[in-house]
Design a protein around this ligand. Structure first.
Ligand SMILES: [Zn+2]
Length: 84
């Protein structure tokens, strides 16, 4: 093993672990949705749903997403700081 390999703080191990976990979830997804060819795409949440409770709020109710609201708040704060 080269010196560089020794000095990556165990990142290879961590990546291996993440891939292992992801593969496990992909297998689970394939078991749950055997008829779905793209079941592995659902591995992150095992949810195959686009109802109003699960989907993006902009799509469901025309509301802004949490991320957008947070960004607007930050912009307002920036404005207050500069006005002093
Ligand atoms: Zn749903």
């Amino acid at each position: 093993m080269s010196r560089e390999m020794d000095c990556n703080n165990g990142k290879d191990k961590k990546r291996d672990y993440r891939r292992q976990q992801k593969d496990k979830k992909k297998k689970e997804a394939r078991d749950i949705y055997p008829e779905d060819d793209e079941a592995e795409k659902l591995a992150d949440h095992l949810k195959n749903c686009s109802c109003q409770a699960c989907c993006n709020p902009r799509k469901g109710w025309g509301e802004k997403t949490m991320q957008e609201r947070r960004m607007e708040l930050n912009e307002e704060e920036d404005f207050d700081y500069t006005s002093f």
